[in-house]
Design a protein around this ligand. Structure first.
Ligand code: C2E
Ligand code: MG
Ligand code: MG
Ligand code: MG
Length: 286
């Protein structure tokens, strides 16, 4: 009896493993072709001034639209891309496409928006990221001061000495640097102080349960105060409710990003959204 149960459990377990492994390999093979087939897209999510409500920036987020019309989210393919080294090609493509789009919007007369691009640990530590950014800015004509690069705590914790050097190299180009998903890693204040970072993004997990979870409110308030002491701009991610925004306002958080304003949108939808948003705000409320 017990033996049978064990055997069944094992069978179930190994079937699960096989299924997961198969899906992984399938994604890997299809992902290799995705760039060449032009199946990747960059979506943009607004970053809003907490105080004024103005949209000042946007984060670029990659999407994979397959030939069958399925949209694959980055949480499903970025980890695989990271392990297989495909991430550098994908990340470089996202960087270029974002700068190209940003230049196009400037040329169309849109007010300048800062655009934030995520860099993976691989791309940051194991590719010549400085050369890539330099080349991309030159070739697209997008101004360095409008580009922000987001790094996760884990990327910065991996090889501290090298990471600091690379950050300085990037900062010298005039781009802004952000630490993403802050609070989920273990970076110390002493270490943070050494880094040329301009922006701190508070991880969504702390924002999620505001105003029901007083611990999270305390942590969020502490992170905001700390960022200000370090003279960093602070952004809350994953803001979904008016209550969360109201709390961030009382704590003087600089910017927020989240479904409350908009989900990430494709370039066309994003520029339409921006125009409508600005039109609405310029009209005095009836
Ligand atoms: P992230 O950089 O922390 O990006 C924020 C994620 O939160 C995005 O998920 C966004 O859609 C989601 N989000 C924004 N507002 C809300 C909200 O109000 N509620 C909820 N529940 N979620 C919200 P997305 O686009 O699925 O991306 C997931 C992660 O994948 C990103 O987290 C980032 O780590 C990674 N990623 C996305 N694009 C790229 C890329 O081009 N390169 C690299 N290396 N990583 C990327
Ligand atoms: Mg990010
Ligand atoms: Mg984030
Ligand atoms: Mg996050």
């Amino acid at each position: 009896q017990a033996k049978n149960e064990g055997r069944n459990r094992f069978k179930y377990f190994s079937e699960e493993l096989t299924r997961a492994a198969r899906e992984r390999i399938d994604i890997e093979i299809r992902l290799r072709q995705a760039i060449e087939l032009g199946e990747l897209r960059v979506f943009f999510q607004p970053q809003v001034d907490v105080e004024t409500g103005e949209i000042l920036a946007a984060e670029a987020l990659v999407r994979w639209q397959t030939a069958t019309g399925e949209t694959v989210l980055p949480t499903r393919f970025i980890p695989i891309a990271e392990e297989t080294g495909l991430i550098t090609a994908i990340g470089n493509w996202v960087l270029r496409e974002t700068c190209r789009q940003g230049r196009e919007w400037l040329d169309a007369g849109l007010p300048p928006l800062r655009l934030a691009v995520n860099l993976s640990p691989q791309q940051f530590l194991h590719s010549d990221i400085r050369a890539e950014v330099t080349k991309t800015l030159r070739e697209t004509g997008f101004p360095a001061h409008l580009l922000e690069l987001e790094l996760t705590e884990s990327a910065l914790m991996k090889r501290e000495k090298e990471a600091i050097q690379i950050l300085h190299n990037l900062h010298d180009l005039g781009v802004h640097l952000a630490i993403d998903d802050f609070g989920t890693g273990y970076s110390s204040l002493a270490y943070l102080k050494l880094l040329p970072l301009d922006v701190l993004k508070i991880d969504r997990s702390f924002i999620e349960d505001i105003p029901h979870h007083t611990d999270d409110m305390e942590i969020t308030a502490t992170i905001i105060a700390m960022a200000k002491n370090l003279r960093m701009r602070v952004i809350a991610e994953g803001v979904e409710t008016a209550e969360q925004l109201a709390f961030l306002k009382t704590r003087q958080c600089d910017l927020y990003q989240g479904f409350l304003t908009s989900a990430p949108l494709c370039a066309l939808e994003f520029s339409a959204f921006l125009a409508a948003y600005r039109r609405e705000r310029s009209q005095p409320a009836a």
